[in-house]
Design a binder for this molecule. Structure first.
Ligand code: C2E
Ligand code: MG
Ligand code: MG
Ligand code: MG
Length: 290
């Protein structure tokens, strides 16, 4: 009896695997056409300074709209793009789009920076730093206005390897942010040694504000640590007034999330900048917090 169940379970397992790998294959070949077919788009999500309510920058977020599959989430297709190597081409295109946007923003209120997610595969790719410098240079954007977001996986290996990867970018003037902080396994000593400019507190922590005192203690500790090491902090996925005021009280520098705005087209971001009222925003969303 046990044998039979085991065997069925095995069959079930293999057909699941087959199904899964077929799906991945389909996704991967669809992704090969995404760029030439114009199915990719970059949206921008504002980052707001809690201190004065100003919008200081925006994160570039990639979107893929496939004619049959519909909207595919980057959490599903980025790993596929990474395993097929296509992330190099796609990531390069995102950088190009983001730099062109940053060039246009030089003349809008506050001259916001752009933050771009880069895969560790891009960082490891030969000539990445040079190409990035060339792109920024020909777009006419100073590197200081282009922030690179890397995940904790960059710090997964030897600290020395990570340092060799990041240092040339820092020397070229690009600020580097550590994304989704707290979900991985980077040791705290890395934070200082690797010279990050910014730390992004993962939305998993932000979500539990007001629900879990241990979690609040963790955020408090992260903000303090970042401050001690001279990094600015951004909280991701901020949706409520309660979350924003907690973060403001704890001294978090910036927030990003639906409370401010979801990711939007570049034209809408520029419109938002034109009409955004920093003091009014603070009065409305952070009453009584100073
Ligand atoms: P991430 O860099 O941590 O981006 C933040 C994610 O949180 C985005 O998901 C954003 O749309 C979502 N988000 C923003 N505000 C809120 C909020 O208030 N509540 C909630 N629940 N979610 C919010 P998205 O756009 O689906 O991107 C997912 C991940 O895909 C990103 O996480 C990033 O790791 C990756 N990704 C996106 N674009 C690119 C890209 O151009 N290159 C690379 N390598 N990765 C990218
Ligand atoms: Mg990011
Ligand atoms: Mg993140
Ligand atoms: Mg994330």
């Amino acid at each position: 009896q046990a044998k039979r169940t085991g065997r069925n379970a095995f069959r079930f397992f293999t057909s699941e695997l087959q199904h899964r790998s077929q799906q991945l294959l389909r996704l991967s070949s669809a992704l090969a056409q995404a760029l030439p077919h114009g199915e990719l788009q970059v949206l921008y999500q504002p980052q707001l300074a809690l201190r004065d309510g100003r919008i200081v920058g925006a994160e570039a977020l990639l979107r893929w709209q496939h004619p049959q599959l519909g909207a595919v989430s980057p959490t599903d297709f980025i790993p596929v793009a990474e395993s097929s190597g296509r992330i190099i081409e796609i990531g390069g295109w995102v950088l190009q789009q983001a730099l062109a946007a940053a060039r246009r923003w030089a003349d809008v209120p506050g001259a916001p920076y752009v933050a771009v997610n880069v895969s560790v595969l891009q960082l490891r790719h030969t000539g990445f730093v040079q190409r990035l410098c060339d792109l920024a240079n020909s777009a006419g954007v100073p590197p200081q206005r282009v922030e690179l977001e890397v995940t904790e996986s960059v710090t997964a290996g030897e600290a020395e390897q990570a340092r060799q990867m990041l240092q040339p970018l820092q020397e070229a003037g690009f600020p580097i942010a550590i994304d989704d902080f707290g979900t991985g396994y980077s040791s705290l000593t890395y934070l200082r040694r690797l010279g990050f400019a910014r730390l992004k507190i993962d939305q998993a922590f932000v979500r539990d504000i007001g629900r879990d005192p241990d979690n609040e203690a963790i955020i408090r500790a992260i903000v303090q640590l970042a401050r001690t090491l001279g990094l600015t902090t951004v909280a991701e996925g901020v949706e409520t007034i309660e979350q924003a005021s907690f973060l403001a009280r704890e001294g978090c520098d910036l927030i990003q999330g639906w409370l401010v705005a979801a990711a939007m087209r570049e034209a809408d971001f520029v419109t938002l900048l034109g009409k955004h009222d920093p003091a009014g925003w603070r009065q409305r969303w952070l009453p009584g917090v100073d």
